[in-house]
Write a protein that binds this ligand. Structure first.
Ligand SMILES: [Zn+2]
Length: 385
C-alpha cells in the first residue's frame, strides 16, 4: 500500500519514461480543420509534464478544487450513458423537439448554450459553441475537466462505440498529450480512474431564442486504458452519474484527508463477500491462510500490550481478527460503515484486541497502515501461490 504522494510521483515517473528520445514529428488537423505539421522535442514533452505535475502539494490543492468542480457539474447535468451514446450515434447536427423528448426519456439531460455575458464572459467552457477547441480546463488549475464534441466538427477522430467506449483525439500540443498520459498512469496507480465530462452540442432552432440556437448534452466517462506513446488518443468509458459521483467521492475522501491517508482500491464483490468477517471466522481454511500470510511476512501485532509480538510466536488461538471501526462504535453511530468488510479487518493478539478497538478512529489507522488490513493483503498477494 502506497501513500498518495508516492502514487503521484510514480505516475509522473511513468509518464516521463514514455517520452520519445528523439524529436517527434507528426501531422494533424488544427482547430480550423487544416492539416499542419508539428514537431515536439523530448525537452518540450518533459517541461509540459513537469509544468503541471511536479510538486505534489501544489497539485493537491488544484486537484481537490478540480474534483469538486466536476462533482457539481456532473450532479446537475450528467445524462445516462445510453441516452448520451444514442444522441452521439444519431450523427445528426440538428435535433428537433421529438428527438429531444425521446432522448430525455432514456435519461438524457439538455441545456441551452451559455451565452458569454458581461466583461469576463463567465459562462462555462463546456457549454459555449464559440470555442472550437475540444479540451476544457478547470480554469486556473491547468487540468482538463472535460471534452467537447460536435457532430460534423473538426474532431473526426473522436469515436464512441456501441459499448459506450470513447476514443478521444489527442491534442496537437505536448501539454495536452502529457496530461492524457499522466491521467492514465495516475488512475492505474490509484486504482480509481479519473473522470471526464463530455459535452456534445446540436443545432436546435427555437423561435424567439435567437442567440440560443444550440443545445448541449452532458455525459461522463472514466479513464479505462493506459497508452505508451504521448500521441495516442485517450480511451474512456461512459459511466452513470452514480458511478461518477462514487469515484469522485472516493478521490475526494482520499485527497482531502491530510497526512497519512492511504488509498484503497475498490474491492471486487467476490472478495468483499467471500472474505467478510463472518466468512473468515467460520472458515478455518481462510483463517489459516490469513495467519500463514502474517507468519510468512514476519508481521507483528499492532498493539503494545504484548510489545508488538510477532504473530509467528503466538498460538493460532491467540490471534484475533479485529475491526478498525469497532462494531460497538458503529452501532452507536447509526451504522455508518460496513464493519465486516475485509478492509475493516486486521489481526492482533488477543491481549491487545480490546485496547486497540478503543483507539478508533485516529490512532488505530496509523498503527495498522504499516501492516495492512486483511483486505489490503487480499488485494496484494494473499491469494497468490
Ligand atoms: Zn498484541
Amino acid at each position: 500500500m502506497k501513500k498518495l504522494e508516492d502514487i503521484f510521483k510514480t505516475a509522473v515517473t511513468q509518464a516521463k519514461s514514455i517520452i520519445p528520445s528523439q524529436p517527434y514529428y507528426f501531422k494533424q488537423k488544427n482547430s480550423d480543420g487544416v492539416e499542419q505539421e508539428y514537431i515536439i522535442t523530448p525537452d518540450q514533452f518533459e517541461k509540459s509534464l513537469l509544468n503541471k505535475f511536479d510538486d505534489f502539494s501544489t497539485f493537491l490543492k488544484k486537484f481537490i478544487n478540480h474534483l469538486e468542480g466536476q462533482k457539481n457539474i456532473i450532479s446537475a447535468f450528467a445524462s445516462t450513458p445510453i441516452s448520451f451514446s444514442d444522441a452521439w450515434n444519431m450523427k445528426s447536427e440538428e435535433l428537433i423537439a421529438e428527438d429531444v423528448v425521446s432522448l430525455t426519456k432514456s435519461g438524457g439531460h439538455f441545456q441551452f448554450n451559455q451565452i458569454p455575458n458581461g466583461p469576463n464572459k463567465s459562462g462555462s467552457g463546456l457549454y459555449q459553441n464559440g470555442y472550437a477547441k475540444g479540451l476544457v480546463h478547470s480554469l486556473g488549475s491547468g487540468l482538463i475537466k472535460g471534452f467537447r464534441h460536435k457532430t460534423g466538427g473538426v474532431y473526426e477522430e473522436d469515436s464512441l462505440n456501441e459499448m459506450g467506449k470513447f476514443t478521444y483525439a489527442t491534442p496537437n500540443n505536448s501539454s495536452g498529450m502529457m496530461e492524457y498520459r499522466f491521467a492514465e498512469k495516475f488512475s492505474k496507480e490509484l486504482g480509481i480512474p479519473l473522470v471526464y465530462i463530455i459535452t456534445q452540442w446540436f443545432k436546435y432552432d427555437t423561435k424567439f431564442e435567437k442567440l440560443n440556437n444550440w443545445i448541449y448534452m452532458t455525459g461522463v466517462a472514466k479513464v479505462v486504458e493506459n497508452s505508451n506513446h504521448p500521441h495516442e488518443p485517450i480511451k474512456l468509458q461512459l459511466i452513470t452519474k452514480d458511478e461518477a459521483l462514487k469515484l469522485l467521492g472516493n478521490l475526494l475522501d482520499a485527497f482531502q484527508a491530510k497526512g497519512d491517508f492511504r488509498i484503497r482500491p475498490p474491492m471486487p464483490e467476490h472478495l468483499k463477500l467471500g472474505w467478510s468477517y463472518n466468512k473468515i471466522k467460520s472458515d478455518k481454511k481462510k483463517r489459516d491462510l490469513i495467519i500463514e500470510y502474517a507468519h510468512k511476512n514476519h508481521l507483528r501485532c499492532p498493539g503494545d500490550l504484548c510489545g508488538n509480538a510477532q504473530f509467528k510466536s503466538l498460538k493460532n488461538s491467540n490471534i484475533h481478527i479485529g475491526h478498525r471501526i469497532s462494531q460497538n462504535w458503529n452501532s452507536q453511530n447509526s451504522g455508518v460503515a460496513d464493519v465486516h468488510h475485509p478492509y475493516n479487518l486486521y489481526l492482533s493478539c488477543s491481549k491487545c484486541n480490546i485496547s486497540l478497538s478503543d483507539k478508533y478512529p485516529t490512532e488505530i489507522d496509523t498503527l495498522i497502515n504499516e501492516m495492512g488490513t486483511i483486505g489490503d493483503w487480499l488485494m496484494k498477494d494473499l491469494l497468490f501461490k
